[in-house]
Design a protein around this ligand. Structure first.
Ligand code: OGA
Ligand code: NI
Length: 361
């Protein structure tokens, strides 16, 4: 198994280079089957959006505002698996700086970026595909992936060395996002009827994992034929996404439709990952999402993954299991779980669904 993760099955092509070459038709490798293309969407209600939740006041306990805010978070987790947060405590200046620092990185000359080229073994570094299936249809994006926590995996040599302030900005941003992630974990715990630190403890307490994936979606001459990121649910715990404020692209599955997220100013987009689906015994579900691209302008997003410690068994929390609601999933560590994604790439919700087995009841 590990051997098969040593290398990519074919030479890597940077989507940014393809885009900048000025071609008018995209290579066949990026052309999705008809049913996966953006236009297969049923006409969208243009006003629909994921819930926007203002976190102001949530720290004063038991005020009217915090009760109604907690209820809105609860509904968002159940109905959407996605919400935006505003007044979340992370400084808007830091958000803009983090995004623009990464934009500068992607605009560096290709030979500088190539020094960070990644492999499927850990995915750390500069990449252009997920999964190692030979001949797979690829997504129209490049990315940069790095570990922020645990400290044993944090390796500055695998972080960009330029722009020269890049590492400092990532460190500062990571610190703030770990804080925000910890707060959101408390809200979810309380809303699930648990004590506030229950989910955090199930994640391994202080020993959580945290990674960043910066997604870069270059302009695409035929955006109707492809996707920037194929439909998937996030394998980890919680995702806190900093979207491109100017360029929509993220779509969330709601019933049988894809809803395009309209980012609020200086908001983060929060979504439930597969590990919280498992821990909550499917009270909360990780929801499928994908990214569409466009011909006019590039798009950049920063996904911060707040994950359980990778070697502890993750299974439904005892308080959420009963005779009526038996445990839906057998225990599995996050290390075991994410191997699937590393081999197969984004595949809708097939992984978490495949865990369900009558034998584990
Ligand atoms: C992801 C993701 C969405 C986006 O990185 O897992 O879903 O808008 N990104 O880039
Ligand atoms: Ni995602």
């Amino acid at each position: 198994m590990m051997n098969s993760l040593q290398d990519w099955p074919e030479p890597i092509v940077r989507v940014q280079s393809l885009s900048e070459s000025g071609l008018s038709m995209i290579p066949d490798r990026y052309v999705k089957p008809l049913s996966d293309r953006p236009s297969s969407n049923r006409p969208e209600n243009g006003d629909a959006n994921i819930p926007i939740i203002d976190l102001t006041g949530l720290t004063d306990d038991e005020t009217e505002l915090s009760r109604s805010t907690m209820d809105r978070i609860s509904s968002a987790c159940r109905d959407w698996g996605f919400f935006q947060v505003v007044n979340h405590g992370v400084s808007p200046g830091l958000m803009d700086q983090a995004r623009e620092t990464w934009r500068s990185f992607f605009h560096l000359p290709m030979e500088i970026k190539q020094a960070y080229a990644n492999s499927p073994k850990t995915y750390e570094g500069y990449g252009s595909r997920l999964g190692i299936e030979k001949g797979a249809i690829l997504d129209w994006s490049d990315y940069y992936y790095l570990h922020y926590l645990p400290l044993t995996l944090k390796d500055y040599n695998k972080w960009p060395g330029s722009p020269d302030y890049c590492r400092e900005v990532i460190d500062e941003y990571g610190k703030e996002l770990v804080k925000l992630g910890g707060r959101i974990m408390k809200f979810l715990s309380i809303n699930l009827g648990l004590d506030e630190s229950h989910l955090q403890n199930a994640f391994g307490g202080e020993n959580i994992g945290a990674c960043v994936r910066v997604n870069f979606y270059p302009k695409c001459p035929q955006p109707d034929l492809t996707l920037g990121l194929s439909s998937h649910s996030d394998p980890g715990g919680l995702t806190i996404l900093l979207p491109d404020p100017e360029v929509p692209g993220l779509q969330v599955r709601k019933d049988d439709r894809w809803i395009t997220v309209k980012p609020a100013r200086h908001a983060f987009i929060v979504n439930i990952g597969d590990q919280i689906q498992v821990l909550s015994n499917a009270n909360y579900k990780s929801v499928e999402h994908r990214v569409i691209v466009n011909s006019g302008v590039e798009r950049l997003s920063l996904a911060f993954f707040y994950n359980p410690k990778s070697d502890i068994p993750i299974k439904p929390i005892r308080e959420l299991v009963s005779a009526d609601k038996p445990a839906l999933y057998p225990p599995m560590t996050f290390d075991e779980y994410r191997l699937f994604i590393r081999l197969n790439g984004p595949k809708g919700k097939s992984q978490v669904e495949s865990l369900k087995s009558p034998r584990c009841h």
